[in-house]
Ligand binder design. Structure first.
Ligand code: NAD
Length: 260
């Protein structure tokens, strides 16, 4: 049902973003992926996505900390695939440390990649969505858009900020056929989670198994990781006409985390 539509997904060379790309391509959308990683692997994803969609796929290496590169990515998408009808702000990194030891450069990077990049992509993509009278902006928030955990001050601040940005843009475009939502996953098994295990072991003096069971899944009542495919299915639903009244929301997919 997305044939002829174009999706731009930041941070989609792995994990949740790649899951969104695959699910939207499976519905026929042209897809531009973005992020870092092995060049051959990324090219294999591009080939896979264009084959699955029967449309086009491209890759942008734009760094989400660099506003000019973000704007250039939106232009490149428009030139190669068409202006983004679906924009998914998904790029993210994590750093785990007590606030009084938190490195300034990590704070700045997390705020730019998660929060400011969503502003820059949205600003660049909205005029064409308004002109078409249709658009879907989906942000990847987190349960940490709604509640906090210690040692993640930058991430929690950025993800809470993204929730506020989502609501504001949703209100601004409410009559224009454009919806804006924030998907809030609990712990999903991706490299982002894998990579924070060593720092959490260090910050809390725990073993790997203790971090997984006693920290990561301790507050996730279902006691299992959310699956990438479950998030991708929600993103696809948000693109349907049936979802056109869902806007400005935080949609929790967190195994019960925020029910507590
Ligand atoms: P991931 O590490 O697999 O993917 C992150 C993506 O962002 C990668 O494609 C990476 O290359 C890209 N990226 C990182 N820095 C970038 C930059 N400067 N410019 C452009 N791209 C950049 O992690 P993931 O778990 O799939 O995370 C995706 C999103 O989901 C993030 O926003 C994350 O905060 C959020 N999230 C993840 C979880 C989880 O448990 N994994 C839970 C809640 C929210």
């Amino acid at each position: 049902f997305l044939k002829g539509k174009t999706a731009l997904i930041t941070g989609s060379t792995s994990g949740i973003g790649l899951g969104y790309a695959r699910a939207l391509a499976a519905q026929g959308a042209n897809v531009m992926i973005n992020g870092f990683g092995d060049a051959d692997l990324i090219q294999s994803y591009v080939a896979e996505l264009s084959k699955v969609s029967g449309g086009k796929a491209h890759y942008s290496a734009a760094d989400m900390t660099v506003p000019d590169s973000i704007r250039a990515m939106v232009s490149e998408c428009t030139n190669l695939l068409g202006s983004p009808d679906i924009l998914i702000n998904n790029a993210g990194i994590q750093h785990v440390a007590p606030v009084d030891e938190f490195p300034e450069d990590k704070w700045d990077a997390i705020l730019s990649i998660i929060l400011s990049s969503a502003f820059h992509t949205t600003k660049a993509a909205l005029p064409a969505m308004k002109a078409k009278g249709w658009g879907r902006i989906i942000n990847t928030g987190s349960m940490h858009s709604l509640v906090a955990s210690p040692f993640k001050s930058a991430y929690n601040a950025a993800k809470h900020g993204l929730a506020g940005f989502t609501k504001t843009v949703a209100l601004e475009v409410a009559t224009e056929g454009i919806t804006v939502n924030n998907i809030c996953p609990g712990y999903v098994w991706t490299s982002l989670v894998e990579n924070q295990i060593p720092d959490t072991m260090k910050a809390r003096g725990l073993t790997r198994d203790q971090v997984i069971n006693d920290v990561l899944l301790a507050n996730q009542p279902q006691k299992k990781f959310v699956q990438v495919e479950q998030l991708a299915a929600l993103a696809v639903f948000l693109c349907r006409d049936e979802a056109s009244a869902i806007t400005g929301t935080n949609l929790s997919v967190d195994g019960g985390w925020t029910a507590q």
